[in-house]
Design a protein around this ligand. Structure first.
Ligand SMILES: O=C(O)c1ccccc1NCC(=O)[C@H](O)[C@H](O)COP(=O)(O)O
Length: 217
């Protein structure tokens, strides 16, 4: 099965083009005011055009209300919603019913006990995204460039579909894939030269590293 690769936190047409040309299966736009990757729906709506027929557009939100989601869905026409806050299984169900879009629920992982959060979302979320817990005092629930101990996922039920996320970069992706055999991967800080500033060369380097590590993509 092909490895899904999501490049998250895109803000410019250059970065979108680089991700698409390198073969990203998913590109992510962040709608969270405190993030250096925050983008307004109008700009994201313009950028997303390049991805039609090439990659899935993922709108990333954090405990967003219906009004915010309405505006994003209408203006951006995303292929998927990523819920990166403390959305409950009930809220996931509500959002899926309201928009008819696939939902990827982010869960933060530090140790094996964090896997207990998974079962309530099975059959509700279309996919999970496993990210590291934010460092103490961090303002962002994601995009912190921090990895978690991937060996924790050894205890994961093999039927769980997920993206591996958190602190991935060209230097560690081979080991991350070796340990997890993840069906999808997601990167943001690891392809940036400064917070929120994607770098075309780092995106290309990331894909080269993925391709060197696996012949699945
Ligand atoms: O990236 C952000 O700024 C962000 C802000 C608020 C919620 C989620 C956010 N990112 C979600 C992602 O999917 C990131 O790609 C993921 O957390 C991994 O980020 P990184 O560790 O920087 O590669």
């Amino acid at each position: 099965m092909a490895l899904d690769i999501k490049i998250c936190g895109l803000k410019t047409s250059e970065a979108v083009a680089a991700a698409l040309d390198c073969g990203a299966s998913h590109i992510g736009f962040i709608f969270f005011a405190k993030s250096p990757r925050n983008i307004d729906p109008e700009t994201a709506g313009r950028l997303r055009g390049a991805a039609r027929g090439r990659a899935n557009v993922v709108a990333v939100t954090v405990d967003a209300d219906d009004a915010m989601l309405d505006a994003i869905v209408k203006t951006v026409e995303p292929d998927m919603l990523q819920l990166h806050g403390s959305e409950t299984p009930e809220r996931v169900t509500e959002i899926k019913a309201r928009y008819g879009l696939p939902v990827m629920k982010a869960l933060s992982i530090r140790d094996a006990t964090d896997l207990d959060a998974i079962p309530p979302y099975i059959g509700l979320a279309d996919r999970l995204l496993f990210d590291a817990k934010p460092p103490k005092g961090a303002e962002l629930p994601g995009g912190n460039g921090v990895a978690f101990d991937w060996s924790v996922l050894a205890a994961l039920d093999g039927n769980v579909d997920y993206m591996l996320s958190g602190g991935l970069n060209a230097g560690n992706i081979a080991e991350a894939l070796r340990q997890t055999n993840a069906p999808g991967i997601d990167v943001s800080s690891g392809v940036e030269i400064a917070p929120g500033e994607k770098d075309v060369r780092l995106i290309e380097e990331f894909f080269r590293a993925v391709r060197a590590a696996t012949n699945r993509s």
